[in-house]
Write a protein that binds this ligand. Structure first.
Ligand code: NAD
Length: 294
């Protein structure tokens, strides 16, 4: 018999991921504090429950895709959290991007309670969540990873078991998002400067796509967002700020000074304060345009 799945955090990423599990004929129980997210999940065939405890009591595997480490702590570790209420042997898979220490702590606490835990952050954006083409960076016990390969194969495409450390995937994910921080501002600056000199953004894109300036982020930010003048997230500026702070903490701990990387936290915080926090990160372009009074 198929395992009963739980999904907590049905946002931009969690909702399409849970829908892919429903399409693969799994029974999926979902919980989100946002009523609209719950409605969409139930409309897609999911079974909505009222609390994280209800999910914990029902499910054999519980997945989470939550915005911040603080919310992950709340959902896992509070009195009403899943650690206290999950069934013995339950597998917990956290797809959220958190600080590496939190993955390690949750793994230890889960184990002490007879539960299993994998840290499994993802990359590939909303489009990757919808099309099940996500890259999944998994850390944790090999047997637990093996027991979840079917689930990973349904929600993602490039699935890496990177080792038994529960936080190894997160460390790589934060390096990825550091690169995203560099590229997103680079794309904004390049396009705006080009436009100011009379070079059309489409022409620039075509040429740079066949040059070393090409990048997946250029393709994503320009083709999916800027070209359509649509800045609905996607991946919000606020979430990027969160990840850049986590990457900076990781670098500080490793004793590595990031010459540009550490400036990115202030840069994107400023963009968020300009009013673009809830917009897709590609709104860095709008922020720069506003700053240059163009
Ligand atoms: P989101 O804000 O769209 O979704 C998070 C969901 O969690 C929301 O629906 C929110 O209502 C819900 N939530 C908040 N507190 C809750 C609680 N206490 N209990 C239950 N639900 C709660 O965020 P997202 O873009 O889907 O990102 C989720 C995670 O995935 C983040 O850690 C993010 O960094 C990571 N991520 C996002 C992207 C992306 O492109 N959006 C890509 C890769 C990784």
């Amino acid at each position: 018999m198929k395992e009963k799945l739980g999904f907590i955090g049905l946002g931009n990423m969690g909702l399409p991921m849970s829908i892919n599990l429903l399409r693969a004929d799994y029974e999926v129980f979902g919980f989100d504090t946002n009523a609209k997210a719950m409605e969409q999940f139930v409309a897609a065939g999911g079974i909505g429950l009222e609390t994280a405890i209800d999910i914990a009591k029902q499910c054999d595997v519980i997945m989470t895709s939550l915005p911040t480490p603080h919310v992950v702590e709340l959902v896992y570790q509070s009195e009403q959290g899943i650690l206290q209420h999950a069934k013995k042997g339950c597998l917990l898979i956290d797809f959220s991007t958190v600080n590496p220490e939190l993955n390690d702590t949750l793994h230890t606490e889960a184990k002490a309670l007879g539960l299993r835990y994998l840290g499994a952050p993802v990359s590939g954006g909303v489009i990757g969540a919808v099309n099940a083409t996500l890259t999944i960076m998994v850390g944790g016990d090999t047997a637990d990873y093996k027991s979840a390969t079917e689930i990973f194969g349904i929600v993602g495409k490039n699935v890496y078991h990177l080792g038994t450390s529960p936080s190894v995937g997160t460390r790589i994910k934060l390096l990825n998002n550091l690169m995203i921080g560099f590229y997103t501002e680079a794309v904004a600056e390049t396009i705006l400067l080009g436009e100011k000199m009379g070079i059309q953004a489409d022409t620039l894109y075509e040429v740079l796509s066949n040059s070393y300036g090409q990048s997946r982020i250029y393709e994503r930010n320009y083709m999916e967002y800027m070209k359509n003048d649509n800045y609905e997230p996607g991946f919000s500026t606020n979430l990027l700020v969160k990840d850049l702070k986590l990457a900076k903490e990781m670098a500080d701990e490793a004793g590595v000074s990031l010459r540009i990387g550490e400036k990115l936290v202030d840069l994107y915080s400023e963009i968020a304060q300009q009013g673009y926090g809830e917009n897709d990160m590609s709104a860095a372009y709008l922020s720069l345009k506003e700053k240059c009074k163009l």
